[in-house]
Design a protein around this ligand. Structure first.
Ligand code: PEP
Ligand code: MG
Length: 873
């Protein structure tokens, strides 16, 4: 088996298409080497090796050790140096790199190969003793932390004491002798903490480091990150072993990260940060505040020009905005890494549109690769109502690290963020800086505020990836995590206080600022038309009111896939009539009450038809158990009794009679229409009369009447004949007809199984996957929240099946129902109107299952449009 792929020095065993095997970083290193970019030579140990080692309790596969050594020989040849040779030493780094980027989740160790002899060799070779010992102490620090789990604070403490003893402020001010002594102190810490000596055999160091990277795949943070981001199906992490290049060899050296375009706004301009005389981790860790990349043009114009040439080349080559790490070692530029850059929603749209306009990619590739459903979701996020209205409440301004507005109560630890969020509180997580341990809390927060770190700090990168608003590096404030306060010197904010943050401007604002819904840009509409051109699946909206319908249209819905009628009965003037209807003693009384409800319903439906201008509108007949419309508290029951001129006792008895042990499995859906046909009659009449009223010759209304919760054909037949009879009567009375269709929801497993016979009578199907999930699993929709999170956490389920369709089980019901229905009626219209209609993975499933449309809440319509386009292969 080939476990090791080499790259660099004109060689490249792998390519960018091998991310699953080589990880994103490894695949791209091979690719870059292949197209002739200056990449430090190295090799990648495959994700399969990681999988093997994890599965075999840390044992390496037979050939791995030999291949690792052969890999080192490749690097030695390329560099003209020898690993472990004090005369002419080679140092290497070991880094993790999974197929998907997991920022900060995995570990790396730099400067491997140093020991007391080699460090002298490095000093001689570079003529820089200070540099050599600085590299050595960094090795012990990282190795101690990553490989053997020593608390980094211990090393931090040692260097801080050393600086105090020497009376200096910065690390840079410690000289070679200081650092030599610091190495001894670090080794002593290592010995004290582990009971062992720091290993001075370079091969042993390498082996331990590789094992640590393998092990980091299953550490808590990595597992949690994958969980939060629903990352499954990966074998493990790859391990990249690479020759060290140094950005800290003096003022002609440096290191930085850059994006080929601005990841916050999308502007087509090299964007990034760098530090002179520093190592890569200094930039990412946010320890020193880096300089803007423009400065590099001033300080090292030739290097800047070369960098620009490479970055432009990489963007063209990958057809996507790139996130690139580079190092300059004594005037020589190396590209260390490239990957598709994470970006905000607005940036994603702008980049996609501009890259198409610049001829760098096609419209369909832009739709497929440059914008994710989550980006679209961000664009639909709220903004502040008045960005100019809070000037005097601004506590400070930091970096606009991830745009959008967030309002919440301040918490100071990730654990508190998670806990408060569980209680239903909106929180803003405030930290000096964040670390990978904080991801749970960051995910739970509405927004993130840090007082330290740059645009590429951990907080900024993670927040941008999720679309969580973030203000980073706000040094106007001082955070006291112990006391749970922060202050700008004038105002002190305590835990639990409300603040607002503006991730687009970097402002931190006292109090709860009002938010508004966003407006969508012209670029966005253009992009979405490309998505529409690509997709074959229809997208409708679930909308019950004309306002929702208009919103849905604005977001590009092609019709209404579900208008739930129950909400229509809750208005002040209506609920009384509804209650009268429910509590009526005779059918006649019930009919009277329904008669009074008819004009309201007719008006409701006319509003929907008008808003939708001739597009399809599916109206569902009354679905919930009637008990839901009756008052449950004693006082309201008294009011009702008075209104109905009935003794309270009698009212209570009647309400009692309607109570059910299992209302969701009870007298609801078409079962109501079967026992009370007059309800179906009234609703059918209201729909058809409204359709006639609103229809014009140009835009005829063709209502789709939907019967809920059918389990047998007989139920559907019953309801259909009631509706058809009403239709005949209405058309006769009005002397005018409309085309109408009568279909059913498929939301009970029996209906999915018997879809063939139901299709004989039904004009269309719509899968109600909320109930179908409830009834296929036997999970109560209302109560499963108590245990489902546990199921997901413990991997008993890959995800909450009420959020993303369980394709194996519930999905099989959907395909059985579709196939059996279409076998009888090949052109049967089939849609889905459960919550899953707006979930990208479920949308893909619906496309693959050949449904005609998905229907989802208006705000998810654009997401569904994009997901439907991306489902086309
Ligand atoms: C469903 O069950 O999926 C559905 C859309 O109907 P409701 O959520 O109203 O039960
Ligand atoms: Mg339902």
């Amino acid at each position: 088996t080939t476990w090791v792929y080499r790259f660099g020095n004109g060689r490249s065993d792998g390519s960018k298409d091998q991310k699953a095997l080589l990880g994103g970083k490894g695949a791209n290193l091979s690719e870059m080497s292949g197209i002739g970019l200056p990449v430090p030579p190295g090799y990648t140990i495959t994700t399969e090796a990681c999988e093997y080692v994890v599965e075999h309790d840390g044992t390496w596969p037979d050939e791995l050790d030999d291949q690792v050594r052969a890999g080192i020989r490749h690097v030695e040849e390329a560099m003209g140096r020898t690993f472990g040779d004090p005369e002419n030493p080679l140092l290497v780094s070991v880094r993790s790199g999974a197929a998907l980027s997991m920022p900060g989740m995995m570990d790396s160790v730099l400067n491997l190969g140093l020991n007391d002899q080699v460090v002298e060799g490095i000093a001689r070779q570079t003529g820089n003793e200070r540099f050599a010992y600085d590299a050595y102490r960094r090795l012990i620090d990282m190795f101690g932390d990553v490989v053997v789990g020593i608390d980094r604070e211990k090393f931090e403490h040692a260097i801080t004491s050393m600086k105090e003893e020497r009376g200096v402020e910065n690390d840079i001010d410690l000289n070679a002798n200081d650092l030599r002594e610091l190495v001894d102190r670090y080794k002593a810490i290592y010995r004290k903490e582990t009971g062992r000596m720091f290993p001075d055999d370079p091969w042993q160091q390498l082996r331990f480091a590789i094992d640590a990277v393998f092990g980091s795949w299953t550490n808590e943070r990595a597992v949690k990150y994958r969980e939060i981001n629903s990352i499954t199906g990966l074998k493990g992490t790859a391990v990249n072993v690479q020759a060290m290049v140094y950005g800290n060899m003096g003022e002609d050296s440096g290191t930085g990260v850059c994006f080929t375009r601005n990841p916050a706004t999308g502007e087509n301009k090299l964007y990034g940060e760098f530090l002179l005389n520093a190592q890569g981790e200094d930039v990412v860790a946010g320890i020193r505040t880096p300089k803007d990349i423009k400065e590099l043009d001033r300080l090292m114009p030739e290097i800047y020009a070369e960098l620009q040439e490479h970055t432009t080349r990489l963007e063209r080559h990958y057809g996507n905005m790139q996130d690139i790490e580079f190092t300059v070692q004594q005037g020589e530029l190396f590209i260390l890494q490239t990957r598709d850059g994470k970006r905000t929603g607005p940036a994603a749209i702008r980049i996609a549109v501009e890259m198409v306009d610049e001829g760098l990619t096609s419209e369909s590739d832009a739709v497929r690769d440059l914008v994710e459903p989550g980006h679209v979701e961000q664009l639909l996020h709220p903004r502040f109502k008045n960005e100019n209205g809070y000037a005097e409440k601004v506590l400070g301004t930091g970096l606009p690290a991830s745009p959008g507005a967030a309002v919440g109560r301040v918490v100071f630890t990730a654990d508190d963020a998670e806990e408060w969020n569980q209680r239903g509180e909106s929180v803003i997580l405030v930290r000096v800086e964040t670390s990978p341990e904080d991801v749970g809390g960051m995910d739970a927060a509405e927004g993130i505020l840090t007082s330290r770190g740059g645009m590429t700090s951990h907080a900024a990168v993670v927040a941008r990836g999720w679309g969580t608003p973030c203000v980073a590096g706000c040094d106007d404030i001082v955070v006291n995590a112990q006391r749970k306060t922060f202050t700008n010197g004038e105002v002190t904010v305590q835990e639990g206080d409300w603040i607002s943050i503006n991730g687009s401007t970097g402002e931190v604002i006292l109090g709860k600022q009002p938010l508004v819904d966003p407006e969508l840009s012209g670029e966005f509409s253009r992009f979405m038309t490309w998505a529409d051109d690509l997709r074959t699946l229809g997208v409708r909206a679930n909308a019950d009111t004309p306002e929702d319908a208009r919103q849905a249209l604005e977001f590009g819905a092609e019709g209404i896939g579900l208008a739930r009628t129950e909400h229509m009965f809750f208005g002040d003037d209506r609920i009384a009539k509804m209650q009268r209807m429910i509590l009526a003693d005779s059918e006649e009384e019930r009919r009277d009450a329904l008669e009074a409800l008819l004009p309201f319903q007719r008006e409701d439906f006319a509003g929907l038809f008008q808003a939708m201008k001739g597009r399809p509108v599916t109206i569902r007949l009354l679905d919930p158990p009637l008990h839901e419309f009756l008052p449950h508290d004693a006082e309201e029951q008294e009011v009702l009794a008075e209104r109905l001129e009935m003794p309270v006792r009698r009212v209570r008895e009647k309400i009692e009679q309607h109570a059910e042990m299992n209302p969701m499995l009870g007298h609801r859906g078409c079962r109501l229409g079967v026992t009370h046909a007059e309800i179906t009659e009234m609703q059918a009449r209201a729909i058809l009369e409204a359709a006639i009223d609103v229809s014009t010759d140009d835009a005829p209304v063709r209502p789709e009447i939907m019967v809920p919760l059918v389990s047998t054909k007989a139920e559907f037949d019953h309801q259909r004949s009631v509706i058809d009879e009403v239709a005949a009567a209405v058309f006769e009375e009005r002397g005018k007809e409309v085309q109408y269709r009568v279909g059913t929801m498929i939301e009970i497993p029996r209906a999915a199984l018997r879809a063939g016979e139901i299709a004989e009578a039904a004009d269309f199907f719509s899968f109600g996957t909320n109930d179908l999930t409830q009834m296929t699993f036997g999970f109560s929709r209302d109560d499963a929240g108590r245990f489902l999170p546990y199921y997901v956490q413990e991997n008993l389920l890959p995800a909450d099946p009420f959020q993303t369709l369980d394709q194996e089980g519930v999905g099989e019901m959907v395909s059985i129902g579709t196939n059996r229905g279409r076998k009888v009626k090949p052109k049967l219209q089939v849609g889905i109107c459960g919550e899953h209609g707006g979930d990208p993975a479920s949308v893909k499933f619906c496309h693959d299952t050949d449904l005609d449309y998905v229907s989802c809440s208006p705000f998810r319509v654009p997401i569904a449009r994009l997901a439907a386009a991306q489902a086309v292969t």
